[in-house]
Design a protein around this ligand. Sequence first.
Ligand code: EPZ
Length: 418
Amino acid sequence: MKYLEITGCEHLSGQVSISGAKNAALPLIVSSILAKNEVQIDNIPNVADIRTLFALLENLGAKYEFKDNHASINTATLKSTKALYDIVRKMRASILTLGPLLARFKECEVSLPGGCAIGQRPIDLHLLALEKMGAKIDIKQGYVIAKGELKGAQIIFDKITVTGSENVIMAAVLARGKTRLLNVAKEPEVVQLCEVLREAGADIKGIGGAELEIYGTDGELLNFKPFKVIPDRIEAGTYLCAGAITNSQISVCKADATHLSAVLEKFKQMGFGIELAGDIITILPAQEIKPVEIITSEYPSFPTDMQAQFMALALKANGTSIIDERLFENRFMHASELLRMGADIRLNGHIATINGGKPLNAADVMATDLRASSALVLAALAAKGVSRVHRIYHLDRGYECLEFKLKALGAKIERLEE
Ligand code: EPZ
């Protein structure tokens, strides 16, 4: 197995390019199931989750080419509507195929993704919404078996769900009649999906808001125009954290600062300077790194996907920071690994208290999920000595060329074999 060896306490400088957003690319690639033409997508990050999704589509019979961050996808050749456990278990987002497959073929079987390292992560809201649209759903042998012609309905999501919203939006664009969705996720990734579908001919009103009205095509497939995936706001935030935790000036380019308002605000509260110029965000060192209070919540609030990175950063603050994780019940797995580096972190349910300012020492640490892994890399950049971050396949799921990008900023980081 591969691991990362990181020599800490190096000053960083320079500029790094941000890749396309994994969490935008996933539903956008899946939306090709709704296409009558070959779909052309640019700026797709070449990360493990994306490759898993292409393997899933190929297994269903789709043809694709993925090269230099560009994909052409042809779903005219789809011959199966069964998303197999062997592929779905590698990536929860495979559940996104449920809505589009059902809408197009009127039946499908998608393996239940199961729990994961950050929490239980049920999909009950996806299923309830599709049932409300007329689907008959059974769970058999670990598979969601869905059948039926979808018709428009009014759906009020009990909780805001990102992939739940995306799944139902994709189902609704091919359904018969009008679907009204309330309490829809407003994440930029959901907004881009709606915009691309609208460009492809779907009738969607209210894009960017919490309420959407979708007039379905009654089974008629869409005609996609070529498009480019939005920048990855979480990757951008993670590199800005790398600058912050080493108190260095670095810039991220090809980023969209408007998607990062809550995160940039927290950097400022901690004493860092932020400069914006076009698609470039620069973080400037703090005179004194101040503690911070963070509550994770849905967009536009502070994202749970940046919580672990800010916990690592809070270790460098002069005082006590509080993080309240409101979205996932088990998303503090990085805390116990950070303790191995000398961190002082107390957990009480979904609240973490971080007493910053203690020296961090290098250690062997184990990655547990994608964002937890990036927090460990960040802590290693600030720790004295040589750390090793193990199980980095988690990182490879969502960060494209991580060690090359960090090296370009001057970090001492190597990928080695155990
Ligand atoms: C998406 O996951 C992202 N994944 C996650 O990113 C991200 O952490 C999360 O949204 C929150 O922003 C993708 O976009 C592929 P949710 P998702 O449904 O859609 C509860 C990363 O690191 N819920 O918005 O699965 C759920 O348990 C990943 O890139 C239900 O109760 O998250 C959670 O508490 C990890 N029933 C809350 O809603 C449901 O049917 C929000 O989850 C669905 C969700």
